[in-house]
Design a protein around this ligand. Structure first.
Ligand code: PAF
Length: 285
């Protein structure tokens, strides 16, 4: 069932809670792919009822980012949800979420500001205010859908870690379920932004996963020195790539690793033309 208003979601949630049913929430910005499908499948198998939100959240986009051209495919998204057992697809307008007088301004609408030590690095370094916008909208979605479980992909690992901290620190009564990154056979992590890539870009985009998996191989063969592990990137980067970061961080609190260990996540972000791509890999699993 496709619904556009907060009131309709609340009404259903009230009925479900009264009947003692568990609710799973899969927050998305739409343009659903197999990565999202894996979150949906997990929610549908774990919870009595599943809500998928489809909302391109304006306040998490920074100036100059792709808000206007972000892919919007609501009909196809709704179809995928229907075919996979979703009970409600919640697709609000920005006005429904933020009120008639909303403007795209971080100052105006961000109520949930995560600790700077979690967001002044990796994606947060170049995307100032991005995680304030994410935490604010996810909080709103939690208040609307009152889920018992919320499903987030490890592909956006910094987002996942920030949201896990938010849920813990603000005592939000739900459990976040992290879901593994889904990859094409080539290794490329699925992302809605892959739609922007030409065939040649897509070939070049393989550098991200190749670097990560090669670093993991080196680690498994006993290399723990960050400088040596970082040098792997030189094998795969060419003039088509603008590397933003290749960072080794702790899986709990994102502090920088001096030496790689089993709690290390390797994070990478690079641009191919205008398209910014991210990926990450845990060295342990
Ligand atoms: O990961 C996303 O798609 C978005 O950041 C989220 C969590 C749906 C919030 O808008």
């Amino acid at each position: 069932m496709l619904v556009y208003t907060i009131a309709e979601v609340r009404q259903k949630v009230r009925e479900w809670k009264k009947a003692g049913l568990t609710i799973g929430l899969v927050p998305t910005m739409g343009a659903l792919h197999d990565g999202h499908k894996s979150l949906i499948t997990k929610s549908v198998s774990k919870c009595d009822k599943t809500i998928v939100s489809v909302f391109v959240n304006p306040i998490q986009f920074c100036a100059g980012e792709d808000l206007d051209k972000y892919p919007r495919t609501l009909n196809a998204d709704n179809e995928l949800c229907e075919q996979n057992g979703v009970d409600i697809v919640f697709a609000p307008s920005a006005k429904e979420m933020y009120g008639d007088d909303y403007t795209i301004s971080h100052d105006y609408l961000t109520y949930v500001i995560p600790p700077s030590s979690y967001v002044n690095k990796l994606c947060g370094k170049s995307r100032i205010g991005h995680f304030d916008g994410v935490c604010t909208v996810v909080n709103k979605l939690f208040n609307i859908a009152e889920p018992d479980y919320a499903f987030f992909g490890e592909k956006d690992r910094q987002q996942l870690i920030v949201l896990q901290k938010m849920v813990k620190d603000l005592n939000i009564p739900l459990q976040i379920i992290p879901c593994p990154t889904v990859r094409e056979e080539s290794g490329l992590a699925l992302s809605s932004r892959n739609k922007y890539l030409s065939a040649e870009d897509k070939e070049n985009a393989l550098a991200l996963s190749k670097i990560l998996f090669h670093i993991k191989d080196c680690y498994n063969n006993g290399v723990t020195d960050i400088k040596s592990l970082s040098a792997v990137a030189d094998i795969y980067l060419n003039e088509s790539h603008a590397l933003e970061y290749l960072d080794f961080r702790d899986s709990d609190d994102l502090t920088e690793k001096q030496v790689a260990d089993n709690k290390t996540i390797v994070f990478i972000a690079l641009k191919i033309g205008d398209v910014r791509l991210i990926d990450n890999l845990a060295l342990k699993d």
